[in-house]
Design a protein around this ligand. Structure first.
Ligand code: CTP
Length: 475
């Protein structure tokens, strides 16, 4: 057991106050878990502080609150025997040391008191079981009974108990193992990886919200696909995101093959992650091809086709978000839109790039046009250097044209230059389909480049269009 003193981790004045409170209550207390792990990994000073108490966590929280300026509120979770204090930018959580598993939302919270070692035993990984003493005589001393520091140095995810026991205590830990591996670029110990594979079906008892939380953390890591590959390898992926595994495989008919869209997708996610931290854009990359499984056809003349996969995929996004209890809000709509439009710039980049096509792209993508371009550039995974260069160059041209066209025509947040009301007044019309036709014709003329996007040109165009519809100007 390491006895090194880590005073630097506890420089925040709150720890001295906490120390005094614990001594006053005559109970041992330790900072444990993610705070210690992240401090030892030099991942900055964590703001979430988990405190384990040999005694009552609630009593220590209350004592601390009394000792702090403004006596912050203590939120008590009676069922679990835990308490929380928000103080400045810190969130402190207090829990009594337990013999049984530590899971905040386990269905059968067990509150049987235990020793520090009992508590450390029932935590998920050795790197999360590191504890720093808070009492006067052991202030800052690291308690590391399972070689958690060694595991940190060796970048290994190991369970304190036999992995089957640790994962049965809380099956979410299978995903946590994968998430930490992805986030920290660690290796999961082979026995643990085997246990995940063996126990994967138990993930079904975990709420979608907790699952999505972990997936989002994977998604936010530098190389998200480390996580997706591990989920794939252990068999968790088809239980959580079957739409992705359905993309796996290469079929060959009459000598014609299509690419493996699963591995392609992972490559796209890693590519995009180098260019954006927006996890919703990363989600769009993950889901951009999901419509390809249900739309795959073989045509003797043209080979493999995935007609309409973008539209089908965008509908699937909604179902997937709904199933996983993800927010059905503007984030979902954003992902849907990017999936729906995901082939548009590619079609442009394959061909001669006209201003009109770019204007339509900007009009349809609106404020997300930049993100759409980022997605499409990430989508270039061809191993053919000639094609790669060609697509990249064409995307450069598309980007340039987007800027030029936008500077001139302002179609990104298009507002009709002539209002429906003005059309009605000009031709003395009541609400009718002609108004819509004229408005649409003006928009089309602007997007095609027949007229500039300004009031005068649109007004003149409106008069001509009205005339062609047999209308006469009355005002
Ligand atoms: N823990 C556990 N089993 C879980 C969840 C948490 O044993 N299913 C323990 C671990 O010791 C963990 C601590 O509770 O370190 C705090 O959990 P949490 O705040 O969820 O995670 P952190 O480890 O702090 O990491 P992060 O903030 O990155 O989620």
């Amino acid at each position: 057991m390491s006895q090194e003193r880590h005073l630097e981790a506890l420089t925040h004045p709150i720890f001295k106050t906490l120390s005094k409170c614990a001594d006053a209550l005559d109970c041992e207390a330790y900072v444990i878990g993610g705070f210690v792990r992240d401090y030892l990994l030099n991942r900055g000073t964590p703001k979430d502080i988990d405190v384990v108490v040999l005694g009552s966590g609630i009593a220590l929280a209350e004592k601390l609150s009394e000792a702090l300026a403004n006596q912050p509120e203590v939120t008590v979770f009676k069922n679990y025997g835990t308490a929380m204090i928000k103080y400045q930018d810190l969130v402190l959580e207090f829990v009594g040391a337990r013999k049984e598993s530590y899971t905040r939302d386990s269905r059968n919270p067990v509150v049987e008191n235990g020793s520090l070692e009992d508590d450390q035993n029932r935590r998920d990984f050795t790197i999360n079981a590191l504890a720093l003493g808070l009492n006067k005589e052991n202030f800052g001393i690291l308690v590391d009974p399972f070689e958690g520091v060694k595991a940190l140095e060796e970048k290994r995810i190991i369970t304190p108990l036999s992995p089957g026991v640790t994962f049965s205590d809380d099956p979410l830990r299978m995903l946590r193992a994968i998430r930490f591996a992805s986030q920290l670029n660690f290796i999961i110990a082979p026995e643990a990886l085997e246990a995940i594979t063996a126990h994967k079906d138990r993930i079904s008892i975990i709420s979608n919200e907790r699952i999505v939380d972990e997936i989002n953390k994977m998604m936010a890591s530098d190389t998200p696909t480390l996580g997706f590959e591990l989920m794939h390898k252990t068999g968790l992926l088809p239980l959580i995101l079957p739409e992705l595994t359905a993309l796996q495989g290469i079929e060959e008919i009459e000598g014609q093959k299509h690419k493996d869209n699963f591995w392609h997708t992972l490559e796209v996610v890693d590519n995009i992650s180098k260019n954006t931290e927006n996890i919703w854009l990363r989600w769009a990359a993950l889901l951009h091809d999901i419509g390809k499984a249900p739309t795959k056809r073989f045509d003797k003349k043209v080979g493999w086709t995935f007609h309409g996969h973008e539209f089908v995929g965008s509908k699937m996004v909604y179902k997937l978000f709904k199933r996983l209890h993800m927010p059905l809000n503007e984030k979902m709509k954003y992902v849907q839109k990017l999936v729906l439009m995901s082939s548009r710039p590619i079609v442009l980049a394959e061909d001669y790039v006209t201003d009109a096509a770019v204007r339509r792209l900007v009009f349809d993508a609106g404020e997300h046009v930049e993100d759409l371009m980022t997605l499409c550039e990430a989508d270039i995974t061809t191993k053919n250097p000639y094609k790669k260069k060609k697509y990249k160059n064409n995307f450069k041209i598309v980007r340039q044209k987007i800027e030029e066209v936008e500077a001139r025509d302002h179609v990104r947040n298009f507002q009709p230059p002539v209002s429906g009301e003005e059309i009605m007044n000009t031709f003395g019309l009541k609400p009718s389909k002609e108004i819509g036709m004229i408005k649409e014709a003006i928009k089309e003329a602007i997007l095609e480049g027949d007229i500039p996007n300004d009031y005068q040109a649109a007004y003149t165009f409106m008069l001509a269009k009205g005339k062609s519809l047999g209308l006469t100007k009355t005002a």
